[in-house]
Design a protein around this ligand. Sequence first.
Ligand SMILES: C[S@@+](CC[C@H](N)C(=O)[O-])C[C@H]1O[C@@H](n2cnc3c(N)ncnc32)[C@H](O)[C@@H]1O
Length: 512
Amino acid sequence: MEPSAGDAAFMVAAVERLKNLADNPDASPLIEGVEIHEHSARIGHERVIVAGGTPDITVSDFFTVSPEPVYDAVIGNPPYIRYQDFSGTSRTIAAEAALRAGVRLSRLASSWAAFVIHSALFLKPGGRLGLVLPAELMSVNYAAPVRQFLFDNFADIQLVLFDEQVFPDAEADVVLLLADGYGQGPTGEASVRLTKNAESLASLSDEAVSWTPPTASGKWTGSLAGATALEALQALSAQDAFVGLQTWGETTLGIVTGSNKYFALSPQRVIQVGLSHSDTLPLSPPGSAHLRGLALTTQQLQRLGQEGKSTRLFYPKQPLSPAAAAYIQAGQDTGVDTAYKCRVRKVWYQVPLIPPADLLLTCMNADTPRLTTNEAKAHHLNSVHGVYLAEDHRELGCELLPLASVNSVTLLHAEIVGRAYGGGVLKLEPREADVWLTPSPDLVAANAHALRGVKDQVGTLLAAGQLLDAVQVVDDVLFHSSDGVALRYLDAVREARERMAHRRSARGASGR
Ligand SMILES: C[S@@+](CC[C@H](N)C(=O)[O-])C[C@H]1O[C@@H](n2cnc3c(N)ncnc32)[C@H](O)[C@@H]1O
């Protein structure tokens, strides 16, 4: 059965396959389909006959066809209609169809999501679903209930991912979903295979990585890393060599001022408006370009200030000095007090302070998220996250975690837990940072001496923009001792990171 039969390419292929399996050239397998456009349905019908099959194509909106659980297999490539264009009655009907299977789809869901659910309802117990779907099945939030549904209802889930774009003209990358054993779930794992392109599908290897998503509905993008690299991550976290950043401490959002232009001041500006030093606090200036090294020191902050960067946060002492009162008046005169975030405060010019963090974590990254020790004890805005280390780990973490994090495993895992944003930027939210794999306190402690030995060298490489050379140095320190697990897998980990970072920036460049 083909739920969106179109010109019947899938139905024709199915006829050929069934004839082969029957080992009888005279067999005329019955293939059913649904297609909303009558013209396509007619062409499809003819093609199935020419191929030697018996077609039965219903011209209808698939979502108005009542599911009968009678089919061995449902195959196809459902239409991909973005939610903006998927509206009115057709969306309501599709959402209701999904709801009949107990799946509540958000209004943001594209048409394919409801197709997956409704298609499954046509399967006999034990039946199979084979669909070509947009790769966003793996990642978008609105597909979470679809991912959950698949894991809940099928006994076996296989995914085939492509390195190259399969349909260069199509808007979306695709994945193959092969789900078997309908009604015999749940399953906790999927098998994932990567292949280069449509041609290489013919020689798809039987070797798949068995992969368990952290939660059934969670993102499946981790599977893109490929078998060996995922095994390495699993092995390293199983032996506690790598742990989520949360083990080290809490990551939180920075200060929201309501107007960085007003509240973040350069030292020159502080003098110009006559504020005293004590009316301001040290600040990591907006942006994160200055946080690409291992530490933000007091000297660096001073240098940034001399360069005119906004390294002071307006936070006036009480009682107000005449200069502070004048600056506040100037803010009111220019309407800063009416900006939403200012307006909702008890005292509009008193930004809610967050204590200086132990480490700063960049959240928007062209290459990879960076941890930097906040030696300058600067406050930080919401362009970076603050990491507050647990008491037990503070000393070691401040000294060595930024350095130890410059390794291949941590870089790869950032690609997995982070999100690709416009322009190919990798964004990391605090809750993603919590699970981001960093070297464990034990691993760092065990290698502390050697890490100290390479700290200057890595700092110099980072300052020169040679991230991957710096990674190589840290890898050499960390992985010769960690049971050889990572060492064995290191090439695969590097390759996976390279592939994922490359895909991210290539997509960014093409505007997707
Ligand atoms: C990506 S194409 C599938 C092509 C098909 N596999 C073939 O071999 O030609 C999607 C098809 O779904 C059809 N379609 C779109 N919305 C539909 C709906 N609600 N019910 C049934 N068919 C629909 C479109 O007319 C189009 O032919």
